[in-house]
Design a binder for this molecule. Sequence first.
Ligand code: PMP
Length: 437
Amino acid sequence: TTGKPDISREKSAELYAKAKTFFPGGVNSPVRAFKSVYGTPLFIKKGDGCRLWDADDNEFIDFCCSWGPLILGHNHPKVKDKVIEVMQNGMSFGAPTALENELAELILKNNKFIEKLRFVSSGTEAVMSAIRLARGYTKRDKILKFEGCYHGHSDSLLVKAGSGLVTFGETSSAGVPKSFADETIVIGLNDVDALNKAFADFKGQIAAIIIEPIPANNGLLLQSKEYLQTLRDVCTANGALLIFDEVISGFRVGFEGAAGHYQIKPDIITYGKIIGGGLPVGMYGASAEIMGHVSPDGGVYQAGTLSGNPVAMAAGIAQLTELLKSSFYKDLNNKTQEFVDAIQRFATARSYKFKVFSIGSIFWFAFTDKASISNADEIDPASMEKFKVMHRELINRGIYFGPSGYEVGFISSAHNKIDLEKTKRAIFDSLDLVFKK
Ligand code: PMP
């Protein structure tokens, strides 16, 4: 196997040069700048089903799926038609609409973990609001998060572990006041000693634990049910709230997300991505009692000019309606399992130091020989060089992955057997190149 010649990126390069005069790094979200993979970022012009087309008319099978929202693929006819129908009547009123009720009812009727919710416009906003609610509800200031989990870019959460077993966080972005980071405690995932020590050191001060129950922003760091149950028990014992950030896992591993998958009831859940069908929607939900603390019923203020936007609600309604059809998740998850099993068999047969970790329709390629990885520390940063080679080879073979080896891939209902066969062959060839070079 030899490396494929590079695809043309002429038009993308032109657009990128222009974009750099408008936006920092030429992009409106940093990872899009292709800093950790080869070449110019691809400017996308069209998506349909599982396929993408860039400005140079290169065609790709897409496994980024807009970073998760597009569980039905691009431009799903049901979603598109509903959006167009609702748009005929105007795009925003800043007043309640029946569509908000409709989406809320669809969610609450099919999710036993929450009783009331509030719609916002992004995952960041959902998590930021959930943290404020937890602090307002418990009348405590500190929150505990995990190294290797991402919760959006609000100040309290742009915090990484310092040195030592249990630490006050250090800011992971310029512009976050140290005093904010001091309210965030950061520990490693899957470390019960650190957890107990944090609750002992900060007795009566921790408002909430926040976790991605399926950590999928720093590789796929699958946790055991026992560990998640321990978090539940420690929160209950200490009067702290457990927040599941299900911006990725929500409606992805099943309609009830990770809470349903593990059958563990958090106190607050945040959702984003899939809930908006590709339009900007997030939400947070909890028991009626906890949500009663949100303004105007309670003292925790939170608002939004475009919250519950009718066009965005329409996309969410259409998409979630499809997900509720019988065997939707079974088919999607089985399809993913077959795909990742075939790739793993190929790599194992050739003794490549390569693992595919997966859950539901989320998967992650890890250049490792470890049987499992549940903590950010276990990822070898040097392995990202291998991803970089693989990413270039896949792009040149018409397969689009998110431009970072720390990002997971997603499979949608629009990926069919033939698409996945083609992808497997491209992956096999790329792996041969990565390991034989
Ligand atoms: N939480 C999690 C778990 C996420 O994966 C993300 C985004 N990748 C966010 C929060 C932030 O969501 P958004 O980008 O919509 O603000």
